[in-house]
Structure formats: C-alpha cells, structure tokens
Design a protein around this ligand. Structure first.
Ligand code: DUC
Ligand code: ZN
Ligand code: ZN
Length: 487
C-alpha cells in the first residue's frame, strides 16, 4: 500500500503567515506531510506553476433555508455545494431560520438532515427571530451539545428583526453557552420611515432601495450592536460591512480591546448603488433588482475605503452572503411581479463561486492585499473565528486535505454557467478576473477539476464545533455584577 493516497507535487503552498514551495501528502482525507519531495503515492497531482491554497471557508451563505410561508431558498445544499467547489470553497457556515412564534429545535434538526444531502462540509448559525424562553432556555442547550456555536440576529427586516431587549437576551444566552453572535446591523425604524416616504413620493424603482438605507442607518445599528455587546461582555461579528463609517465603529471597539470582528463581501468591493439603476429593453428598471442586497452597495469611493479596512485588518473576513433569488422565474426577484416596488423585491445576490476569484483578482493582482492576506480573509480567519480551525482553513499536518490548485495567471470572464449555482444570473456577468481554481480537493478527493464538479451528493460532513477560547468573553463588566454568567 502506498504511503500517501495523494501527493500534490511541486506547487507553491500558501498560508496566512507565509508561502513555501513544497509537496503535500494526503492520507485518509487528511494532510499528513509537507516536504520538499514526497514519493510513494497512489495519485500524484502536478501543481507545477500553480498555487496550492487551503479550501475556502465561506462563513456566511444561505442554503436551502426554510421560510415560515413554506417556501425554501432556491439554492439547495446540492447545487450550492457544486458552486462552492467550482469556486474553490470547501466549507460553509450557513443558516437555520427560527420562525417567529416557534422554537428552534424542529427547524434545526430538519436543516441538519438537509445539509447531509449536499457535498460541502458545513456548520450552522442559528437565526433567532423570537428570543423566547422556549428557544433560548429550553431548546438551545441540545443544539449547543450538537456543536452549534453561533447565533445570528437581524436588527432590521420583517419578520426577522429583534428589538434591543430581545437582542440583549440573545447576547446573554450566547454568553452563557460560549457562543458567538453574528449581527446584521441596520436600523429597522429608520429604514421603514424612509421607505414609506419614498413610496409615497412615487420613488419605487429598484435604485431607491439604496436611498432607503444610507450608511448612517448601518453606522447607528453597528454602534448600538457593539455597545450592547460590550454591556453584556459578549463577543460579536458584524456581518457584511458596506461602508467606512460602520467599519470605523468596529475599529474603535477593537482599539478599546473589545472582541468585535467585522466581515465584508465581494459586493461591497465591486458593486455600487448605480448598478441598481440599470435597465434593459425587456425588463426596464427591474434589471436593477439583480444587484439588490442589504446593506446596499455604495459607491466607488466607499469601496476603496472598505478595501483599506481589509488591509488594516479591521475587517478580517470576506464571505459571499450568497442569498440568491433567480431573476427570470416567478419565485425569485419577481415574486411580487416585475412592477413591484423596491421594498417588495427579495434582497440578496448569489456569490458562492465568485468570491475567491474576485478577491484574488481585485485584491492580490491589483496589489490591494497580499497573497497571504487573501488566504487569511477567505479561509484561515473565518475558520478560526467560527471554531473550525485547525481542521479547516489552513494547510497544516493534521488538517483535512481541503486544497485548491489555483492558476494565478488564468484570465476568465465571469458568466453565469461558470458559477454553477442554481440561480439564473450572476451580478458579476462579464467581469474579467485573473486567477482561477483549476482543481478543488475536499478531504483529499478531487471534487472539481477544470470546472467539472465530480462529488457525489450525500457526501457532505457536518462540522460540530467544540467550545473554543478565541470567542471567550473578556470577563470585563461595567461593575462587579454579572447578569449572564457563563454556564
Ligand atoms: N442581506 C442579508 O442580510 N441576508 C441575505 C440577503 C441580503 O441582502
Ligand atoms: Zn444580514
Ligand atoms: Zn446573509
């Protein structure tokens, strides 16, 4: 029997802290050797001229989520897995929704069953829409015992949003259970107020989505989310930061020593509000719906500031927030008709496969971030923050052999078929990128080669997360009274 099942030979192995020329030896799905020359392998993959990257970790994407009205997000675990592998991502953290008025257990176990039908390794964030005793006191402990380590709250969006009292209850429950809280930061009442006024004034086209939620609504909610997290002494990650003023709130919190992390997404680095003002001959201004997500993309000056925040490390994760709704069918963007006003159009854009190529091309190739930073923000940092390290997110002996063979010179024009998701469009259609995944290995198995995804449905693994120190509360309270002592 050969010493290695697979050897990846002659590539340039990239880690968050450095880059080395070495071979990677794989046995039983794990990395067992890193050395200048490895022989005695069943399969040798030639990586000459290629980069060898850890498989991407997308810690924020929406797959097969079940909605209270009985509908299910279009992207299934199976189709989403194909998109992940096509773009060099091998692990995801996706969401389970709580339905208002219900507990969390039933949906969680159902979602876990669905996750197993795909191919991509996965963990879950539990969305809390109703901070009830049933959810947080009675049902949450069993989910934590199953390896759930993060909660998600929305400070805006009907019917998901929590008020401050409910948000504090979630922070306290997370602290007791040793969990991370991730937060969608926009001010609910401010957006509703502006939306009503815009609609009354007849300003209903997709482009007015961005007018309904200017940066100040994101900054205010980010400030409040951080302040209340500080009160409870609970670490949080602020999701999808779109603008400098929200990132500044995070920078200030970090400078004070708080455990606050910030994520952004490719859409805030490459799209602008002007995309929502596009028209086409068939659909008119409805074309703009393709780019509608929340927070709203801003402008080019803001994009450069968000890049700056990534370079500084204030924002240290880039995830896709893949939340697609197809454009041409009647259940997606046009669910309320093609004349619907902006507030009736589902938010969210697809981006699972585009995430790494866009970050590499716009970031590394254009000199905005280093190659090592690219690996850190797309794999190593999300794995560490989500409690998936050292098994995922880096190329280490003992880690799962999740690897991407990356051609740093290959030039590609992004098209929807290349994305391999179920959604019928990509907001990045026509974008030119340099750098492309030519093969993806998941636990040592080649699951994508030259664009052909070859993994079997049902081979995904759930990633239970043990308690981990990285997200432990600081133990610093306003005074000696701890209102939510850890269990
Ligand atoms: N924003 C979110 O917060 N989630 C999904 C889609 C979106 O645009
Ligand atoms: Zn969100
Ligand atoms: Zn999201």
């Amino acid at each position: 029997m050969a010493e290695y099942d697979v050897v990846v030979r002659g590539g340039t192995v990239v880690g968050a802290f450095g880059t080395t020329r070495c071979d990677v030896g794989v046995k039983d799905g794990r990395i067992v050797a890193l050395a200048e020359r490895l022989t005695d392998a069943d399969t040798v993959l030639d990586a000459g001229g290629l980069l060898v990257l850890p498989g991407g970790v997308d810690s924020h994407c929406h797959l097969e989520e079940q909605m209270p009205d009985g509908s299910v997000i279009e992207e299934s675990f199976e189709t989403g897995s194909a998109a992940c592998f096509a773009g060099g991502t091998t692990s995801v953290v996706c969401f389970v929704q709580q339905w208002k008025g219900h507990g969390i257990a039933e949906r969680y176990w159902e979602h876990k069953r669905r996750g197993a039908t795909g191919m991509v390794d996965h963990a879950f964030h539990q969305i809390i829409t109703d901070a009830s005793d049933l959810a947080l006191e009675q049902e949450l402990p069993a989910l934590v015992a199953d390896g759930l380590r993060s909660l998600k709250v929305f400070l805006t969006y009907d019917p998901l949003h929590l008020d401050d009292a409910q948000y504090i209850r979630v922070l306290a429950a997370a602290r007791r259970h040793g969990m991370l809280v991730t937060v969608h930061c926009e001010n609910y009442h401010a957006i509703n107020w502006r939306t009503e006024a815009l609609l009354k004034a007849g300003l209903t086209a997709p482009k007015y989505h961005s007018w309904s939620r200017p940066p100040v609504v994101e900054r205010e909610a980010t400030h409040r989310a951080i302040a209340l997290a500080e009160l409870v002494d609970q670490p949080i990650q602020v999701f999808h930061v779109s603008c400098e003023e929200a990132a500044e709130e995070i920078a200030r919190a970090q400078a004070r020593g708080l455990k606050v992390w910030g994520e952004t997404c490719p859409q805030y680095l490459t799209l602008t509000a002007a995309h929502m003002d596009r028209s086409n001959p068939q659909d008119g201004p409805f074309e703009g719906a393709k780019f509608m997500c929340s927070p709203s993309p801003r402008d080019e000056a803001e994009q450069q500031k968000v890049w700056g925040m990534l370079k500084r490390g204030v924002l240290d994760v880039v995830s896709s927030d893949h939340s697609g709704s197809s454009f041409h069918n009647s259940i997606g963007k046009a669910a309320a008709g093609r004349d619907a006003n902006f507030s009736q159009i589902p938010n969210g854009i697809p981006g699972l496969a585009a995430r790494l190529p866009i970050l590499f091309s716009e970031g590394v190739v254009k000199g905005r971030i280093s190659l090592e930073q690219f690996v850190a923000i797309t794999a190593t940092n999300p794995a560490r923050l989500m409690g998936l390290a050292p098994r995922k997110g880096s190329i280490n002996v003992g880690a799962d052999a999740d690897l991407v063979l990356w051609d740093p010179k290959k030039q590609v024009t992004l098209t929807n078929p290349l994305m391999q998701h179920v959604i019928d469009y990509t907001p990045y259609e026509g974008m030119q990128v340099t750098g492309w995944p030519v093969a993806t290995l998941r636990r040592g198995e080649v699951v994508m080669r030259d664009g052909k995804v070859q993994a079997q449905p049902g081979t995904a693994r759930y990633l239970p997360r043990n308690p981990y120190a990285f997200i432990a509360p600081r133990g610093i309270l306003s005074n000696d009274f701890d209102a939510a002592p850890p269990a």
